[in-house]
Design a protein around this ligand. Sequence first.
Ligand code: T1G
Ligand code: NAD
Length: 697
Amino acid sequence: MAVVATQRDGDVAVIRMDNPPVNALGHALRTGLDKAFAEAIGDAAIRAIVLTGTGKFFSAGADITEFRSEAREPYLPQLIDKIEASPKPVVAAINGTALGGGLELALGCHYRVASPDVRQLGLPEIKLGIIPGAGGTQRLPRAIGVEAALGLITTGTFIDARKGLSAGLIDRVADRDVVAAAVELARAQAGKPPRRLAEKEIDRASLPAGLFEKARGAIARHPSGPTAPKAAIDAVEAATRLGIGEGCARERELFREAAASPPARALQYAFFAERQAANLPGIGSDLKRREVESVGILGAGTMGTGIAISFLNGGFPVTIVEANQEALDTGVGRIKDTLSANARRGRITEAQAADRFAKLTPSLKLEDLGKADLVIEAVFENMALKKEVFQKLDAIAKPGAILATNTSTLNVDEIAAVTKRPQDVVGLHFFSPANIMRLLEIVRAEKTAGEVMATSMAIAKRIGKIGVQAGVCDGFVGNRMLAAYGGEVQAMLLEGAMPQEIDGALEAWGMAMGPLAVSDLAGLDVGYRIRKERKLTGEAAQHARVADKIVEMGRLGQKTGAGYYKYDASRKRQVDPEIEALIRAEAEALQIKQRHIPADEIVERCLLRLANEGAKILEEGIALRASDIDTMYLNGYGFPGWRGGPMWQADHRGLKTVAERIKAYAGKYGARWKIAPLIERLAADGGSFAALDAKKR
Ligand code: T1G
Ligand code: NAD
C-alpha cells in the first residue's frame, strides 16, 4: 500500500503521509516523500505544496525499528534539506502528533499550521539516548529561540499547538480543517520567496552569558551514563556558532556518537519492551473489554489513597471505604492535600483539582462499593483479612464487576477461591507512591478471565500506568526478584558492607536509590509484616535478623525518623553508628568474619541475583518475556532506563560470563546461588534472553 498520496487542490499539491500506526519515517515513507516532492516541485501547474499526516499523527519521527540496521537513502536530513530548498512555498499542516524527525520535517517546511487539538509537539530523542539528528538542534533554535529550544531538546518534553504558537514554532492554529487552512496560507505565499529557517541568523550576542555552561552544569553526569544530554547542549551551541550546513554536520557527528552508545541501545530496547508488555498471548484486540466507568477502593491507607488519586486523575468517579472514621478522614485528607499540591505546582489547575476531589465519595459502608465496575482492595497484608473482605465483596459487588487485590505477595488464587466468581478476580499490584509510580503489575490468577486481563491492561493505559502481566507465586515477579536482591544485600551487610557502602555502590552504578534507602522510604514494617507472614527458616531467617532487629527497635524508616539510616528534619539520610554496631554484633553472633566488599562486587552480586531469579521466573512462566521483567524494574523499582533492566544487563554482559560468575558465587555461598537452568542452557547454546523473547513474538 502506498504510504504517500498527493492530491491537487487547484494549484496547490497536498502531500499526505499515511504509514500507520504513527507515520514513522521509515525507508518507504522517506522514499514516497522524496518522489512526491520531486513531482510537485517539478510540476509547473503547482505553485505551492502542503504536507500533512493522517488521523492523530503528523509523524512520530524516525522509525526506531530501523535503528539497528544500516540506514538507506533517501536519508531524512537530505530529504528535509530538499523540502526546505523548494522554490515553491511548503506549508506543514500539522494534523496531530509531530515528534522527533516528524517535527524536524515540519521545521524544514517554510510555514507551520497546526490543528487546535495537537498536544504533542517536541524533540524527545533524548529519551531514546540520542539527539535530534535531522536538523532539529539547528532549526528549532532559529524558530523559537536558543533558550527555549535548549529546554525542549534537553528535557524531551512536549508542547501543544497553543504553546507552539506563542513560542513561534507554529505560524497559525487553524480554526477549521487544518489542511484547508494550510492550503490557504500556501496559496497566499505562492510566488513569494519562501521563508527558510536555514537562512535565519542567530544573534549570539543576545544570549544570556554562561547559558551553555549552566546547562552543562545542570545535567546529571555518569561516567557510563547517556552521552545524549551533553551532546544535545553541544549541538544547540553549535547552532549559535556555525552556519546551518556546518551545524547540521556537527549535529550528525554528535548523533552518531550517542546512537552507538550502550545507554542509547538500552533506552531504545526499553521503549519497545514497554509496548510489548501490552501484548498478551491469546488476547487479541477483538476480545471484549468490560466497561469500567466507576471505581471502588477498600482501605484508605498508603496504597488506597495513592490508587484513588490515580483514578481521579484518570477522570474516574471513586468511592473509597475504610474501617473507621479516623482512618477515612486521614485518607481523604491525604488525597485532598495531594491534589492541592499538584495544583500549587502547576501540574493541574485549581479547577481540575476541585473537580477531581468532587468525584471522590468517602464511606464507612462496604455496600457503597456495590455499584462500582471495578473494586480494588488495599487493606492490611493479611490472608485471613483479605479472604474475609473478598467474601463480603463477592456478596455485594454487581455482576460483571472486576474484583482486584493490591496484595504485594499473597496468593491471588487462594483469595479468588473464596468467591463464587474467581474469573472476575485479578491482582492489580500498584507501587508506592501509587499516584506516581508508572508500573502496574497485573497478576493473572488461574481462573482470571481473558477479558478481565484485557480490561485491566486497558485501564492501566487510561490511568497512565504501564501494565505488565505476572503469574501467581510468592511476590509475583517484581517482589520475588526483590526478595532475592534484598536477601543478597542482607548477606553482604553481615559480611561487612555497611548500608552506605551498598547504597553508595548501586547509586554510583546508576540506581535512583539504593535498596536500603528504598526500604526506609517504603517503611520497614511492610517487609517485617511480610517476613512474619512467611515464617522464614534457615539462611533466610539468618539474613533477616538485622532487618527484624531494626524494626523491633521501633525504627520503621523515614516515617519514624530512623531505619537503616537516621533522618534529619529535611529527610536527609545520615549514617548511624548504632546500626553499624548492630550489624557487627549480629555478624559476630553468627560467627561471620567481616571483610571490605568492593563496590564492583556489591553491584555484580545484586545484578546477578536479580537476573538469576528472573530467569527462574521466566522458565516457570510467571513472566511472559524477559523484556516484561525489565519493564517492571525500570518503572517500579528505580532501575535506570539507560541500564536497560536486569535481564538486558545480563544479555549485555553475555550469558556465558553470567553463568560462570553465578557458578563461582554458588561455589562460595551455596544454594541461594543455584544457577537457573534457563541461564545454563542459554549460555551453553550461545543464546540470549532477547532471542528467547523474539521467538515468542
Ligand atoms: N518508530 C517506530 N515505531 C513507533 C514509533 C517510532 N518513532 N513511535 C511509535 N511507534 C510504534 C509503537 O512501538 C507501537 O507499536 C505503535 O507505534 C503505537 O505507539 C532523526 C532519529 C508517538 C507518543 O521518540 O513517544 O526521530 O506496539 O503504543 O501511546 O531526529 O509512541 O503497536 O506494535 O506508543 O499513542 C523520535 C516515540 C524518534 C516518539 C504515541 N520519536 N513514540 O504514543 O502509542 S527518533 C519519538 C512515542 C528521531 C530524528 C530521530 C509514542 C507516541 P506496537 P504507542 P501512544
Ligand atoms: P496501610 O496500613 O497503609 O493501609 C491499610 C488500610 O486498610 C488501613 O487504613 C486500614 O484501616 C484499612 N483497613 C483494614 N481493614 C479494613 C477493612 N476491613 N475495611 C476497610 N479498610 C480496612 O497499608 P498499605 O501500605 O496501604 O498496604 C495495603 C495493601 O497494599 C497491602 O496488601 C500491601 O501489601 C499492599 N502494598 C503495599 C505497598 C507499600 O509500599 N506500602 C506497595 C504495594 C502493595
